[in-house]
Design a protein around this ligand. Structure first.
Ligand code: ADP
Ligand code: MG
Length: 240
């Protein structure tokens, strides 16, 4: 579903991605882990075309990601993104936030978008919050609205960028629970996270990024229990 081959990216003279090669298969959950500043967010932003890349190639479901090409609009809607800060519209209700993309970007009939929006909010445990505004919701509830909003676009994959990092500890579990159920339903997911319990339990594979290169990759259990690379070992010692 997502293929990266030798992807490079610099900001000015600072090379942030130094030849990233990796893939996420259809239905697979891959966790991307690594220290702050290693380029994790940049990879996600290049995959959905929010950021350009300099060299190598990225394809999504066989289509090359090229910001200069009109097809980028299709790739952006195919790759939904969930951010650390939920990015909800503050003056719109939960339901209005969820149906915004389907109605205004995908031009779906409002009645159909609203019906699916209610179903999705119920699915993330917010059947009683359709009319709530973001300020009336907890961080965990806002992030679940953000996940429902991502699902409303009927994406081919969801890219998560540290979705629980901004949450109070007691709210992390409800968001990870929703993500776990999506994984079980077969959603293709690329997840940047520091939640090693989630990675171990839910991820099929883990990619460890350090200094703009993937220094280790493999089955979640193997990489997390018996990392081979010293930098992975050091990182895991610090986050666990
Ligand atoms: P991570 O998500 O792993 O913490 P990022 O992908 O956000 O890392 O950033 C990787 C590096 O790229 C950092 O050194 C960061 O400062 C730099 N960087 C990210 N975005 C920009 C930008 N828009 N302009 C300049 N430098 C950037
Ligand atoms: Mg980041």
């Amino acid at each position: 579903m997502i293929e990266l081959s030798g992807v490079t990216k610099s900001f000015g003279s600072h090379q942030v991605l130094k030849g990233i090669t990796g893939s996420v298969q259809r239905g697979e959950v891959v966790c991307l882990i690594g220290p702050s500043g290693s380029g994790k967010s940049t990879i996600l932003r290049c995959i959905n075309g929010l950021e350009s890349y300099d060299g190598g190639a990225i394809t999504v479901d066989g289509a090359k990601v090229d910001r200069a090409d009109r097809s980028i609009v299709g790739i952006r809607t195919a790759m939904a993104m969930v951010f650390q800060r939920f990015n909800l519209f503050p003056h719109r209700t939960a339901l209005e936030n969820v149906v915004e993309g389907p109605i205004h970007v995908k031009k779906e009939p409002a009645a159909q978008a609203l019906a699916r929006g209610r179903d999705l909010l119920a699915r993330v445990g917010l059947a009683d919050k359709f009319e709530a505004y973001p300020a009336q919701l907890s961080g965990g509830q806002m992030q679940r609205v953000a996940i429902a909003r991502a699902l409303a676009m009927q994406p081919k994959a969801i890219l998560f960028d540290e979705p629980t990092s901004a949450l109070d500890p007691e709210l992390v579990g409800e968001v990870l629970g929703v993500m776990k159920s999506l994984a079980e339903e077969g959603m293709t997911m690329l997840v940047v996270t520091h939640e090693m319990g989630f990675a171990r339990e839910v991820a099929d594979r883990v990619l460890f990024l350090d200094g703009g290169v993937i220094v280790e990759e493999g089955a979640a259990r193997e990489v997390l229990s018996a990392p081979r690379n010293p930098r992975t070992q050091d990182f895991l010692r610090r986050v666990l």
